[in-house]
Design a binder for this molecule. Structure first.
Ligand code: MF3
Ligand code: CO
Length: 263
C-alpha cells in the first residue's frame, strides 16, 4: 500500500531529516585521514542521542540479512557501494567514502547519504564519479512531480549515470519513507520514462543513485552479509535524499545533509 502524507506529517519527516542532515554534516566535517568509520559512527550515535532521536539502522534485520545491522551509519569505502559496516581501519587520503544514515523521531523517519573523497588531493576520476552521482540525484528529484510517473524519475537518474559511462545496480534503488524506513514504492535507478506508478502530492520517497566507475553493473556481498561490493574492485559512489512530492514541486526533507566536495 502506498501512503500519502499530510502537510504536518511532511513537517514531522522534515524534523527527522534535519537531524539526519546535522549528523551527516558532523561526520563529513570529521572524516579525515586517520579517523576510522567506526569512530565516526560512535560520534554519530552520540549526536543522535543528544538530539533525542533513535538510529534506524541499528538492529535493523530484513529477512535476507544473516545478522541484524550492527551500527548507526553505513560507511562504504572505495569498492563498497552501499551498506558497508563501519570498521576500525583508519581512512587514508584518497579514500572514497559514502555515509548513509536514517533516524526516527516522534515516530517518523528520514534517510540520506553523501559521498566524499578523504584528504585534499582527490583523484579527479573520483571527483567526477561523486559529482555525477549528485547530478543523477538532482535529476531524479526534479522529475518527482505530481502527475509524473516513477519511470520518469528512474529514467532521469539512469540516463545521467549511463551517459557518464558508469555502472548501476539493477535491483537496488530508493524507497518510500514514512513511519518506517522502507515502504512502498520501490524507486529504481534506471527505467522507462512514462511508465510505472503515477506520483501524487504527499508521496515521500528516498531517491538514492549508486554509480560504479568502469561501467560494469556486477556486485557481490561480503561475508558479513551486508557490505555490497563491486565485483571487479571498481570504486562506487552513493548519494540520497528523502523528498516529498508536492504541488509546489519536490520538497527535499534532508536538505541540510552535506554536499559532495566536487573540487
Ligand atoms: N539508505 C539505505 C537503504 O535504504 C539504508 C540501509 S539500511 C541498513 O537501503 F540498515 F541496512 F543499514
Ligand atoms: Co535509503
Amino acid at each position: 500500500m502506498i501512503e500519502l502524507k499530510t502537510p504536518s506529517e511532511l513537517d514531522a519527516i522534515g524534523a527527522a531529516g534535519k537531524i539526519v542532515g546535522d549528523v551527516l554534516t558532523a561526520v563529513h566535517d570529521h572524516a579525515a585521514p586517520g579517523r576510522s568509520p567506526r569512530g565516526l559512527d560512535d560520534m554519530a550515535a552520540d549526536l543522535i542521542a543528544a538530539a533525542g532521536a533513535t538510529p534506524t539502522f541499528l538492529g535493523y534485520h530484513p529477512q535476507w540479512a544473516p545478522q541484524p545491522y550492527p551500527a548507526v551509519t553505513c560507511a562504504s569505502v572505495n569498492d563498497a557501494v552501499v551498506h558497508g559496516i563501519p570498521g576500525p581501519t583508519p581512512l587514508a587520503p584518497g579514500d572514497l567514502l559514502s555515509v548513509d544514515l536514517a533516524v526516527h523521531i516522534d515516530g517518523w523517519c528520514a534517510d540520506a547519504a553523501f559521498s566524499m573523497v578523504i584528504g585534499d588531493d582527490p583523484d579527479p576520476a573520483d571527483v567526477e564519479l561523486v559529482a555525477t552521482t549528485e547530478r543523477a540525484l538532482a535529476a531524479g528529484i526534479a522529475a518527482a512531480r505530481p502527475g509524473a510517473r516513477m519511470g520518469d524519475v528512474a529514467n532521469a537518474i539512469g540516463k545521467i549515470g549511463r551517459a557518464g559511462g558508469y555502472g548501476l545496480l539493477a535491483d537496488h534503488g530508493g524507497h518510500g519513507v514514512g513511519r518506517t524506513m522502507h515502504e512502498a514504492p520501490h524507486v529504481p535507478n534506471e527505467g522507462k520514462a512514462g511508465r510505472g506508478l503515477t506520483l501524487r502530492s504527499g508521496l515521500v520517497i528516498a531517491i538514492e543513485p549508486m554509480l560504479i566507475a568502469g561501467g560494469r553493473d556486477r556486485y557481490r556481498h561480503d561475508p558479513d552479509g551486508w557490505t555490497l561490493r563491486t565485483s571487479d574492485g571498481s570504486r562506487a559512489a552513493h548519494t540520497e535524499h528523502t523528498i516529498a512530492i508536492t504541488e509546489d514541486g519536490p520538497r527535499v526533507l534532508t536538505a541540510n545533509r552535506p554536499h559532495a566536495k566536487t573540487g
